[in-house]
Design a binder for this molecule. Structure first.
Ligand SMILES: Cc1ncc(COP(=O)(O)O)c(C=O)c1O
Length: 368
């Protein structure tokens, strides 16, 4: 009999019965979308949970990224990381902005501030860093550069739900932070996303932009998109929030099991955790270097042959996709650390319903 498949992730789904009262509320109100009561309630509860002032919900994280750039009227060139999900850079192309890739730090896998500074040109208007795997970027240094050169900072915080540093939520840094609530994320609304912003005026502009640019029944102030989150998605978010602490705690336990079980395996390194006071254990990346008895791809295949489906995330680099690879900044000589990381990484399965036995199976497969 073949082994039970273990996938890299599986969404957390509360009992179906728990969702029914939420659906009944929607059926009663007959409000399905257009920023209804569930939408409003989820915005309020998320502000409270995350410890942020203003949030605007979206149908997904990609539309939120595209709209975040629109809301600050970003043009020209934006410095970003090649070591991310492709939506980070796609959001720039959708706005007619030229992405300029800068290399990452080999320890944190986040944008290296020194490389950001070196990539600035007279056309640079903003920086779009990613808190990769939920590990906070070097936010102080990035802000110092932004202030020196009068640049905006939009964080792709798709992985950073609930992450806190000493001063509070990491989502408070920069001009805006963008979350994804995709099914694969720590907190999901099936599909969904959000922009975290610092003031009511910015939120109002973002709210207009996600609703075609409508300000009232007859006034349209911008060529906005339809980026609104539906009531069903918002309702699911409210239910997820009831369980989020237990979800993160289980992820924390799995993270600890992996770190213990993989300690001392030659050539396999777990990514170290940054200086956050609260993390979300959204991913469990390992880096497989040349001292390991198997190459990264051979280990990936061995896991697969044993029905353990890790993911080479992020591989290939964004800068290697056809719509980016012609850019000067996309050349691998400009991105040595990102190139190595993309060749070494495997994200191991991590999700609340993964059992201790499943984790042991993954560890044994790697150790042997
Ligand atoms: C770093 C990053 N940015 C952006 C996105 C896009 O978010 P969404 O899938 O919600 O559009 C994702 C995930 O899917 C992501 O991991």
């Amino acid at each position: 009999m073949s082994a039970k498949p273990i996938f890299v992730t599986q969404p957390f789904l509360p009992e179906l019965e728990e969702f029914l009262p939420y659906l009944e509320r929607i059926w009663k109100s007959k409000v399905l979308t257009n920023c209804g009561p569930m939408h409003k309630e989820l915005e309020e509860k998320l502000c409270e949970y995350l410890g942020v002032e203003y949030i605007s919900l979206f149908a997904n994280g990609t539309l939120a990224l595209v709209t975040a750039l629109q809301s600050l009227r970003i043009t020209g060139e934006v410095i970003t990381t090649p070591y991310s999900f492709v939506a980070t850079a796609h959001s720039l192309l959708w706005n007619g902005i030229k992405p300029v890739f800068a290399d990452i730090n080999s320890e944190t896998l986040n944008l290296d501030p020194e490389r950001i500074e070196a990539a600035i040109t007279p056309h640079t208007t903003a920086i779009m860093p990613v808190h990769c795997y939920g590990n906070s970027c070097n936010v102080e240094e990035i802000q110092r550069i932004a202030d020196n050169y009068n640049l905006r900072v939009i964080y792709d915080a798709a992985h950073a739900f609930g992450v806190r540093d000493l001063g509070g939520s990491v989502l408070r840094h920069g001009d805006l932070s963008v979350l994804s609530f995709h099914a694969t994320k720590v907190f999901n609304t099936f599909e969904g996303g959000a922009i975290v912003c610092p003031d009511a005026k910015t939120k109002q502009r973002i709210d207009h932009l996600k609703n075609f640019g409508f300000v009232n029944e007859t006034t349209v102030v911008a060529p906005g998109i339809n980026g609104k989150m539906s009531e069903v998605n918002a309702a699911f978010g409210l239910l997820q929030l009831e369980h989020i602490d237990e979800v993160i705690l289980r992820r924390k336990n799995i993270d600890a099991l992996y770190r213990k079980g993989l300690a001392g395996v030659k050539g396999v390194q777990c990514l170290s955790i940054g200086n956050q006071v609260q993390i979300n254990y959204s991913y469990f990346p390992i880096l497989v270097d040349e001292t390991c008895s198997l190459s990264r791809d051979d280990l990936y295949k061995k896991l697969k042959d044993n029905e353990i489906h890790g993911r080479r995330y992020f591989y290939p680099l964004i800068s290697d996709f056809p719509m980016y690879r012609g850019l000067k900044s996309a050349q691998s000589g400009n991105l040595p650390n990102a190139t190595i990381a993309a060749q070494q990484v495997i994200c191991l399965p991590i999700y609340p319903s993964l059992t201790d036995e499943d984790v042991a199976r993954v560890i044994n497969c790697i150790r042997n």
